[in-house]
Design a protein around this ligand. Structure first.
Ligand SMILES: Cc1cc2nc3c(=O)[nH]c(=O)nc-3n(C[C@H](O)[C@H](O)[C@H](O)COP(=O)(O)O)c2cc1C
Length: 201
């Protein structure tokens, strides 16, 4: 089986960082290999232990295994943008991260709901690499269609779709996707977004 992180996908970090962060990336090619139930539970457990505002834990995950929930997997696939449909269908697991947008105390708006849900996805993704898996977030989906397809009530926002699986070889992808799959991994430099001592606009 292909490595969860081929050497050319490792982040060329400027400062030392933990291996699971350096080796996390967003693949477009997935192997057919199913994701084990225990690995899937570990990903979700990692999400569970994220920090959140007032410990309100606003995240929710609809988890759709291609082998067990084929119709629902297909339904979420049908909510993805055309671009994402170009590669995400092979992922053995699709998820939908859904944020509860109201405070459990008094029903007022929880303005940190998306922030906390994103943090939970980041934990989930960081847990994936050591288990041979990778996670690819997708904003490219129709949230209204997903809400209807999965009967998601008001007070909850579909935030992001996720493709989860064991990465596959890049050379099975169409040329344009292959180029993105193998292109350089780039980031802004620390100096561009870190302002030690105060804002420097
Ligand atoms: C919130 C969010 C939404 C994203 N939406 C998409 C998407 O719709 N389609 C896609 O191919 N990649 C999507 N990505 C993946 C990013 O393009 C990717 O994280 C970025 O290029 C950095 O690459 P890396 O994750 O491999 O480091 C998304 C990532 C995040 C965090």
């Amino acid at each position: 089986m292909q490595l969860a992180t081929p050497p050319d996908r490792e982040a060329p970090a400027d400062h030392p960082i933990e291996a699971n962060i350096r080796r996390r990336w967003s693949p477009r090619s997935y192997a057919e290999t199913p994701v084990s139930a225990s690995a899937l539970h570990s990903l979700l457990e990692a999400a569970r232990w994220s920090a959140s505002c007032f410990n309100w834990q606003p995240w929710n995950f609809i988890v759709l295994r291609k082998d067990e929930h084929a119709a629902a997997h297909e339904k979420l696939f049908g909510c993805l943008s055309v671009n994402n449909q170009g590669w995400a269908g092979k992922a053995p697991v699709l998820m939908l991260a859904v944020a509860k947008t109201t405070a459990p105390t008094d029903g007022s708006t929880n303005k940190y709901a998306w922030y906390d849900t994103g943090a939970a996805v980041a934990n989930l993704a960081a847990q994936a690499g050591p288990l041979g898996l990778q996670v690819h977030s997708m904003a490219g989906f129709d949230a209204a269609k997903a809400r209807e397809a999965f009967s998601i009530p008001e007070g909850f926002d579909p935030v992001c779709a996720l493709a989860v699986g064991h990465p596959g070889p890049a050379d099975v992808l169409p040329e344009a996707l292959k180029a993105r799959e193998t292109g350089p991994r780039v980031r802004r430099k620390l100096e561009e977004f870190v302002f030690f001592g105060g804002w420097q606009g």
